[in-house]
Design a protein around this ligand. Structure first.
Ligand code: HEM
Ligand code: SF4
Ligand code: SF4
Length: 523
């Protein structure tokens, strides 16, 4: 995607997410949990659906009456469950659309991510089909309208030898077998495909967040219950194929395509459906994404610790048995087709420490285009050019607020593909080179890392919760973390200024060691 368009989409999304941040707080912002929120809504749909189905009568004459009974006589139990089933299904369509929109706007659907996008499109249609088949089961005048309209649509395709619409000519043409078939499709057929589809959708993503935070889950359930009590789900009049329904209250989340049948030909409707599907499916390749080269393992530097496997957000690394004469049993191996070139693995590798004297610096795993060796060179040369009394280095990433504008005679700026690529030892290294007063870490904000976990992993390395951790000798008062989105440029500038002023007054001489001794100790 054109860089300027991409920046615009990214900032627009940051603004939208900012609104939600203010209403829901950052921790409970649904925008960061749209995938897991959809899964959660499916749980509600499943539980409420099973409850309703136990009382539901799957026959032409019993279906409508059994639902009426639930709504009117059992409004506090089965009636409530019926409403929950409907509203959770509607909410799932909203979350799926927002999820899709967000991945698109954040440019998280191209390159290696094509797989999740591509496999997401059928999920969207399966959910829509689930909803439509559910409305059939009510067997009210809307179900009648849907049955006739969708049969006419299906009959346009050369699939069935007998026209499907023939089943709905008169009440006498309907039979319970057909009705049971629809119930089977809705209750068993589509859900099985959906579960399998979600499994495929998440296949290449590691550590998937399948549950939204507890507060968001409880809030969502409460909102759905309140809505169900205020405006319970009801049926239209009982279906009667001998009368054409006149006015219907359509569910626009699921049934929006049907009114087109009044003015469009069936061919045009199918062209729209297939056109939208094809467009969505080819979107990851159009416009093509130029992905940098994937991670490379240097077996002679790999000790088989497995940290890169643990940290990789796309399950692109596996540990394999070693065949060479190395003292270690295993070696990391990268699957190029899964690697998104985020560089997080290079930041995870214990060999990626700039204190090593090796030149060029070869690490267990690295990025060919932006190696740890070049990161060390870049850090050294930029720090050496600083001339102000107060000096600092900013490490940030390419996907958050722009950083080059903060570069000056006292500030070196180093931008990485992801802050997760930064080995924590670089912070120690920058401070110990002697001429740096502080290190400022920025990049994608909490819950919104372009590569899913890079920001968390670096924070955890700094807090000694993840290996390779920042050495405890580092004076944490001289390390400041402030993450900022592309629309938070002002806030970031202010924070950098404040940190600079703070460093100007901070006694930075305490506990300093000679860098050369340090290098010798680490070799
Ligand atoms: C039933 C509907 C869907 C469910 C339950 C679902 C669920 C999820 C979940 C849980 C994730 C992982 C989020 C994470 O932990 O980082 C995810 C990722 C993703 N989804 Fe979906 N999704 C659905 C539909 C869709 C659709 C319709 C699309 C787009 C056409 C889509 C595109 C993506 C993409 C591109 C990712 C990967 C994001 C990344 O690599 O960071 N999903 N989805
Ligand atoms: S560059 Fe990123 S996606 Fe590729 S192997 Fe390393 S951590 Fe995994
Ligand atoms: S983190 Fe480095 S040393 Fe550990 S397995 Fe991966 S490449 Fe090998």
């Amino acid at each position: 995607m054109n860089n300027r368009i991409q920046k615009f989409c990214d900032s627009t999304m940051s603004i939208i997410e900012g609104w939600f941040d203010r209403s829901f707080t950052r921790e409970l912002n649904p925008m960061y949990y749209l995938g897991s929120l959809t899964v959660y809504l499916f749980y509600i749909v499943l539980v409420s659906g099973v409850y309703v189905f136990i009382i539901y009568e799957s026959s032409i004459f019993g279906a409508w009456a059994s639902l009426e009974y639930m709504t009117n006589e059992l409004w506090w139990s089965a009636g409530l469950m019926r409403s929950l089933h409907r509203y959770a299904s509607d909410a799932a369509i909203i979350t799926i659309f927002f999820h899709m929109f967000r991945e698109f706007m954040r440019d998280r659907f191209r390159g290696v991510r094509w797989f999740s996008w591509f496999s997401g499109v059928p999920l969207l249609w399966m959910t829509v089909l689930l909803g439509i088949s559910g409305y059939w089961l009510v067997w009210d005048t809307m179900a009648q309208y849907l049955a006739v309209a969708s049969s006419e649509m299906m009959d346009w395709l050369p699939i069935f030898t007998e026209p499907m619409a023939r089943n709905f000519l008169t009440s006498a043409d309907m039979n319970d077998r057909f009705f049971t078939l629809i119930a089977f499709i809705h209750v068993i057929g589509i859900p099985i495909f959906l579960i399998f589809g979600i499994w495929i959708h998440l296949f290449r993503i590691s550590r998937t967040t399948l549950n939204p935070p507890r507060g968001l889950a409880i809030g969502t359930l409460l909102a759905l219950i309140v809505m169900s009590l205020i405006k319970p789900a009801v049926s239209h009049e009982q279906a009667n194929l001998d009368i054409v329904p006149v006015s219907l209250n359509l569910d626009w989340f699921y049934l929006n395509i049907f009114p087109l049948a009044d003015s469009w030909s069936m061919g045009a409707i199918w062209a729209l459906v297939w056109g939208v599907t094809a467009f969505l499916m080819i979107l990851p390749w159009f416009p093509p994404k130029k992905q940098p080269p994937v991670a490379i393992v240097y077996p002679e530097e790999c000790n088989g610790c497995g940290q890169c496997v643990d940290d990789c957000p796309y399950s692109a690394i596996e540990m394999m048995k070693r065949e060479d004469d190395s003292p270690y049993d295993e070696v990391a191996v990268v699957d190029a087709s899964h690697c998104i070139s985020c560089g997080i693995c290079a930041g995870s590798c214990p060999s990626s420490t700039p204190f090593r004297k090796m030149d060029p610096l070869i690490t267990g795993i690295d990025m060919p285009h932006e190696s740890v060796h070049s990161l060390r060179n870049d850090t050294n040369s930029k720090m050496d050019k600083l001339s102000d009394d107060t000096r600092m280095v900013i490490f940030g990433c390419e996907h958050a607020a722009e950083l080059e504008r903060y570069k000056d005679s006292g500030t070196a700026v180093i931008t990485l593909p992801c802050t997760g690529m930064l080995p924590a030892s670089f912070i120690d290294y920058a401070l110990r080179r002697g001429n740096i007063d502080g290190v400022f870490i920025t990049g994608c904000v909490e819950n919104n890392c372009h590569y899913r976990f890079g920001n968390n992993w670096l924070d955890e390395r700094i807090d000694h919760e993840r290996k390779p951790a920042l050495r405890s000798r580092v004076d944490r008062n001289r390390v400041h973390i402030f993450r900022a989105e592309s629309n938070q440029q002002k806030k970031l500038g202010k924070e950098i200024d404040q940190f600079r002023s703070y460093l100007g007054t901070y006694d930075s001489d305490s506990g300093q060691k000679d860098i050369d001794n340090e290098v010798a100790n680490n070799e």
